[in-house]
Write a protein that binds this ligand. Structure first.
Ligand code: HEM
Ligand code: MG
Length: 338
């Protein structure tokens, strides 16, 4: 059991390059291989940028998203640890990118879940792009009806029938309205409030091949399907030129949000009855620190009284999570001691 590990370094070379290369062929799933709600990680696994099993360490993810997609180190480390501390195994440093599995090693005692990225309400949440709400269907399998709705938004509102900023924002808005109307348990607060808008920007930032059009942020629907459904790079896929990190994602999120700026964080109390959460900053205030405290407190609720190596690993991983905030305005907290 390796326990907590230090963060891998930032990549220096963020130029575009062929990433669907001979060293990274797409391979179909073998029995037992796990995929989940994230088309980015699913694709990296199916090309061997991270373990093809779908059981991976946070360091592998941080390296893989930089290498395969040129995700910025700051964004990669923050997102990875926000998910790992609630969904991963702190003792073995392994996490499933989908369903819970014994392959992540011996579990800590309940109420720890160690359920992988499929775990609803830990990091995964509602109003997803191509996956159903947990209360309405599968929260991790590709859903053709939702992809058709995404495609229709691209056809009706995108430039030349592509997924662009406008059509992606339309689909983001539609998915939220649909959850408000039909999901009695719809929950739309940080971290999900932020990741919902982030995941809308990711296909524009990461799924457009550099060879086709790097800066245009227009994604062909067959290329979109390749990632969302088949966890596969389109043929001859070149990663974007230059990294896309915290600065870039917040700029693009703002563009998406401001096309439909009326939705505030909150949750349904019964279908069609959406109640705004006045304490959640959403896109105002210090939402990074709010997310940090929330994920940290959720971790503490999963591990109320850890001992020995588990406590040490939790201390180390929470300290690592704090460092991923960069230069925050909030104080570090030490719920497991220092
Ligand atoms: C969705 C995890 C990086 C693209 C998700 C979800 C999780 C996740 C748990 C499900 C959220 C939900 O819809 O309820 C992660 C982690 C990453 C990561 C831990 C580590 C850095 C990436 C990258 C890309 C990406 C690099 C693109 C290249 C997406 C997209 C969705 C998504 C497009 C929406 C899926 C859908 O509903 O159709 N991710 N992700 N992610 N992720 Fe990732
Ligand atoms: Mg979801």
């Amino acid at each position: 059991t390796p326990g907590a590990q230090p963060l891998p370094p930032a990549f220096n070379d963020t130029s575009s390059k062929l990433v669907f290369d001979d060293a990274h062929p797409w391979e179909p799933l073998r029995p037992g291989d796990i995929r989940g709600p994230c088309p980015g990680l699913n694709t990296l696994a199916s090309h061997g940028y991270i373990n093809r099993s779908g059981v991976v360490s946070p360091g592998e993810i941080i390296t893989g998203v930089q290498e395969g997609f040129n995700m910025g180190w700051d964004l990669a480390t923050f997102v990875t640890y926000a998910a790992f501390i609630v969904d991963g195994n702190h003792l073995t440093n392994l996490m499933s990118i989908g369903a819970k599995t014994p392959e992540t090693g011996p579990d800590a005692p309940a109420p720890a879940i160690i359920g992988g990225l499929n775990t609803h309400g830990a990091f995964e949440g509602d109003a997803s792009t191509t996956r159903d709400d947990f209360a309405l269907g599968s929260n991790f399998l590709f859903n053709e009806t939702l992809f058709d709705q995404l495609s229709q938004a691209a056809i009706d509102f995108g430039s030349n029938g592509t997924l662009d900023i406008t059509s992606a924002a339309v689909h983001r808005h539609n998915r939220i309205l649909d959850s408000m109307a039909r999901n009695p348990n719809f929950t739309f607060v940080i971290p999900r409030y932020l990741t919902a808008y982030a995941e809308t920007t990711f296909p524009l930032a990461f799924f457009v091949s550099h060879q086709k059009s790097d800066s245009s942020m227009t994604l062909d629907l067959d290329d979109a399907r390749s990632f969302f459904q088949n966890h596969k790079f389109p043929d001859n896929f070149f990663r974007r030129n230059g990294s896309f990190g915290n600065t870039e994602v917040s700029t693009l999120i703002t563009e998406v949000f401001e096309l439909f700026p009326e939705i505030l964080p909150g949750n349904n109390e019964g279908a069609g009855n959406y109640i705004v959460d006045p304490n959640d900053p959403g896109f105002s205030g210090d939402n990074t620190c709010y997310a940090y405290y929330k994920q940290t407190n959720f971790t503490l609720s999963l591990y109320p009284d850890p001992t020995d190596e588990l406590r040490t690993a939790l201390q180390q991983n929470l300290a690592t999570f704090y460092t991923t905030l960069g230069d925050p305005t909030c104080e570090e907290v030490f719920p497991f001691g220092q």
